[in-house]
Design a protein around this ligand. Structure first.
Ligand SMILES: Cc1cc2nc3c(=O)[nH]c(=O)nc-3n(C[C@H](O)[C@H](O)[C@H](O)COP(=O)(O)O)c2cc1C
Ligand SMILES: Nc1ncnc2c1ncn2[C@@H]1O[C@H](COP(=O)(O)OP(=O)(O)OP(=O)(O)O)[C@@H](O)[C@H]1O
Length: 308
């Protein structure tokens, strides 16, 4: 899959494609359906398929403090899109210039002059352009003028509710990992590189792999049953996501994973952690001894869970 960052990096060979536009945070089952439809149309027309995304996502630009936490950081999103068979991603910086484009200017600059789109696949609720003034009807009219077709993908629902990134975040916040997995079509995962921690874990009888979150806000907080692939083998464990109020810290959220009966060196490796069940909220313990007892109970719960 090819990544093109910004309109200025589009070249003549990028012209002519089937495209779709959106945040695609988490690449959930609704997104997967629209991507599959886009791929089909691209195969029919014999052209590549291209997903247009924004970085940051528009809500992160408008309200950085209150925007919802990401389900997928850019790198993860790109990997998920590649796995769905996307040929090309055009990643546009969402900034003042972009937000001020009217719907008509967006169509002209991005879809016509930039990509020379032959067919556009969008969700039926898709809106775009300054003040969200562009919608499906607008795109259809623009397409008739400029020579591209537009199709609204059928809405994907689960138990009568539209699948959405917001719905996945809600399921995660409620600790409903089964629902999150059904919405995503895979378990919820966070990937990152293993960094050196404070090496307190050994004292707590629970050495942990500290996974770099890069100041990124995550949609989870607490203690979880997890698994990760180590050299192709699923390995069970327990993880804590939080600010670790029982130890002096930096106030940032950390993801720490203790893998059951694991004795290798993971420093520097990139792990993908899948979340399966919430055990409890993170707590502030009065002593390291009390924290150690709680972690031992978490590990026992994990063992019991994986035995069943
Ligand atoms: C299963 C598990 C549960 C944890 N629960 C808590 C908790 O409730 N409160 C807390 O302050 N820290 C909790 N921690 C984090 C520990 O404080 C942390 O692992 C310890 O500080 C070691 O950090 P280090 O690897 O940077 O040395 C938990 C860690 C694990 C692995
Ligand atoms: N359940 C769904 N069924 C069909 N199309 C969808 C579905 N969810 C999103 N889409 C479409 O996929 C594209 C990208 O969606 P986008 O990520 O912007 O929205 P979303 O998943 O609904 O997120 P949010 O919950 O943040 O609004 C849009 O064209 C959107 O209409």
């Amino acid at each position: 899959m090819q990544l093109v960052r910004g309109l200025h990096n589009l070249r003549p060979q990028h012209r002519g494609c089937v495209a779709t536009i959106g945040n695609f945070d988490g690449v959930h089952r609704g997104h997967q359906a629209i991507l599959a439809r886009m791929r089909e149309r691209a195969a029919e027309l014999g052209v590549p398929c291209c997903v247009v995304i924004f970085e940051p996502q528009p809500r992160e630009f408008f309200a950085p403090d209150t925007a919802p936490p990401r389900l997928s950081r850019l790198r993860d999103k790109l990997a998920l899109l590649a796995a769905e068979g996307v040929d090309r991603v055009l990643c546009l910086a969402f900034n003042r210039r972009l937000r001020e484009l009217s719907a008509a200017e967006f169509v002209q600059k991005v879809l016509v002059d930039g990509l020379a789109v032959q067919h556009l696949e969008v969700g039926d609720d898709f809106r775009f352009g300054c003040d969200r003034d562009g919608d499906f009807a607008f795109l259809e009219q623009a397409g008739a003028r400029e020579g591209f077709t537009v199709e609204a993908a059928a809405t994907v629902e689960l138990d009568g509710v539209r699948v959405s990134s917001t719905g996945v975040r809600r399921a995660l916040a409620a600790g409903d990992f089964e629902l999150a997995e059904r919405l995503l079509g895979r378990p919820f995962q966070i990937a990152g590189r293993v960094l050196h921690g404070q090496k307190l874990g050994r004292q707590l009888a629970a050495p942990t792999a500290n996974i770099q979150l890069k100041r990124c806000r995550v949609p989870l907080s607490g203690v979880y049953l997890v698994s990760t692939l180590i050299d192709g083998r699923p390995w069970p464990g327990v993880a804590n996501i939080g600010v670790r109020p029982s130890v002096a810290g930096d106030g940032q959220a950390h993801l720490e994973v203790h893998l059951l009966d694991f004795a290798g060196d993971l420093y520097g490796r990139r792990l993908t952690v899948a979340f399966h069940h919430k055990l409890r909220d993170e707590q502030r313990f009065a002593s390291l001894e009390a924290l150690k007892t709680a972690i031992a109970a978490d590990i026992a719960a994990a063992r019991a869970h994986w035995r069943t």
